[in-house]
Design a protein around this ligand. Structure first.
Ligand SMILES: [Zn+2]
Length: 62
């Protein structure tokens, strides 16, 4: 089942960000995902397969 994510949702990844934070906000969803680290505000791009591999938990289901 493909993961369904909407812009604005908060997610948790299996691996913490380099800054130690582990919650991210979805900034863009599509073929690729742009996530913003809630702790340091850095933005990262992940392809859909990468995101599905790394996703641990969706924190607020819309
Ligand atoms: Zn960070």
């Amino acid at each position: 089942m493909p993961v369904k994510l909407n812009v604005g949702q908060k997610i948790q990844l299996k691996k913490n960000h380099a800054c130690g934070g582990n919650t991210f906000t979805v900034m863009r969803a599509g073929m690729d995902f742009r996530l913003q680290c809630d702790t340091c505000k850095a933005q990262i791009w992940l392809s859909r397969p990468d995101l599905e591999k790394r996703l641990k938990k969706i924190l607020d289901e819309a």
